[in-house]
Design a protein around this ligand. Structure first.
Ligand code: NPQ
Ligand code: MG
Length: 370
């Protein structure tokens, strides 16, 4: 296909409740939505970068700048483009995977829509619906946390993930384990908030029969994760550290992680996420699909990815109403703790353009071929 134009839409989507993690508190989701206009039709993508560089080095204004100055011009000058060639086209830019991912996804969406193929079909999905978990932010008090968890249990979520940090860990975990009972799937996510000085404290997580602890230490510190994994029985799972397949395989070989959180946006796109999925299946490592407070657009692609055979644990693929009163696409609704995998062409969802307008933080920026 020939890329005719790239539209950068910046929107702020209100959250139904604040979402607090060890790195900060969100009250709205500021998100970059990209539309590619091509000679075979349009495609859409959602960038996972946050407002500030506090989960990853990337952030939404930075992604826009990289797209505006580097990725966009190269794509628009490229002549005949296929989604499978986008990563090679962008390889001259170091890092900036979230910026690359949104473009590759939009190109893939256009490509698949033109041949009436869904993301799920293209990815090789094995299921028509996926088991869903929910990520629960740090709450003001333990009673408030239990109330929120009870709501998600009543809604049917199949796994609870608690955000933790020093000062908000063993007590809330104990209270939620007590509420859920011994058989419920429960895991925790530290978003890099600990160091090895906390080792004796972290050992106490073993009392709560957790599925895993996600990313206790900073992303570059694979070595401390190896040490922790050897010292506790709770499985260690990396998130922030896993920016490509090579780093994931290295972390697996070294024993730093026995389960992997796959987020396509963090790895440069769904094609790299597929490669990691395949490598993990070959290694016998379980994977699950992470989430970045995506609107329905990003959620649709994640749900398709989570339908692959290696995704054996429930993902952070929550229903739209976990985050948003109104979603940017048709809403994803939980049914018996599961979401249906979209079957329409490309992402299978339709962006509600009137909401892009209503939620716009600034006018649409259009990049065109010169
Ligand atoms: C995680 N997600 O697994 C992330 C953290 C996260 C669902 O827990 C803006 C940008 C908001 C990045 C919120 C979940 C975000 C974000 C949460 C990342 O670690
Ligand atoms: Mg995480």
């Amino acid at each position: 296909m020939k890329i005719l134009a790239l539209e950068l839409h910046r929107v702020a989507v209100p959250l139904v409740r604040p979402f607090e993690t060890s790195f900060g508190r969100q009250i709205e989701r500021q998100v970059l939505i990209v539309r590619v206009r091509t000679d075979i039709g349009d495609g859409w993508g959602e960038c996972v970068a946050g407002t500030d560089p506090v989960y990853s080095s990337e952030y939404v204004d930075g992604c826009e700048a990289v797209i505006r100055h580097y990725l966009g011009p190269v794509l628009l000058a490229a002549g005949d483009v296929v989604a499978e060639g986008v990563a090679a086209l962008f390889a001259f830019v170091i890092g900036h995977r979230m910026a690359k991912a949104v473009i590759e996804t939009a190109v893939l969406d256009a490509q698949l829509r033109a041949v009436d193929t869904s993301f799920a079909g293209y990815f090789g999905a094995a299921r028509t619906e996926v088991d869903c978990g929910v990520s629960v932010g740090i709450a003001p008090t333990i009673p408030a946390l239990l109330e929120e968890v009870s709501l998600y249990v009543a809604q049917g979520y199949r796994r609870i993930k608690l955000k933790i940090r020093p000062g908000w860990d063993l007590e809330p975990i104990a209270a939620v384990r007590e509420l859920l009972g011994p058989d419920a799937l429960l895991q925790v996510d530290a978003n890099t908030a600990y160091t090895l000085l906390d080792l004796d404290h972290l050992r106490r997580l073993d009392d709560y029969d957790l599925l895993l602890i996600e990313q206790p230490f900073v992303e570059d510190d694979i070595r401390s994760h190896v040490f922790l994994a050897g010292a506790i029985s709770t499985p260690v799972c990396l998130d922030e550290s896993i920016v490509n397949t090579e780093i994931a395989l290295d972390a697996i070989d070294r024993g730093a992680t026995s389960i992997i959180n796959i987020k396509a946006g963090r790895m440069g796109g769904y094609l790299e996420a597929l490669a990691l999925h395949d490598a993990c299946v070959e290694q016998g490592v379980s994977v699950w699909c992470g989430g970045m407070l995506e609107t329905g657009l990003g959620r649709a692609a994640n749900v398709a990815l989570a339908a692959l055979p290696g995704f054996t644990l429930p993902g952070d693929t929550s229903a739209s109403d976990r985050y948003f009163a109104e979603d940017l696409t048709e809403p994803f609704v939980l049914r018996d703790g599961r979401l249906a995998v979209p079957t329409g062409p490309g992402s299978g969802v339709k962006v509600r353009e009137e909401l892009l307008g209503a939620w716009a933080q600034r006018p649409v920026e259009v990049l065109r071929a010169v």
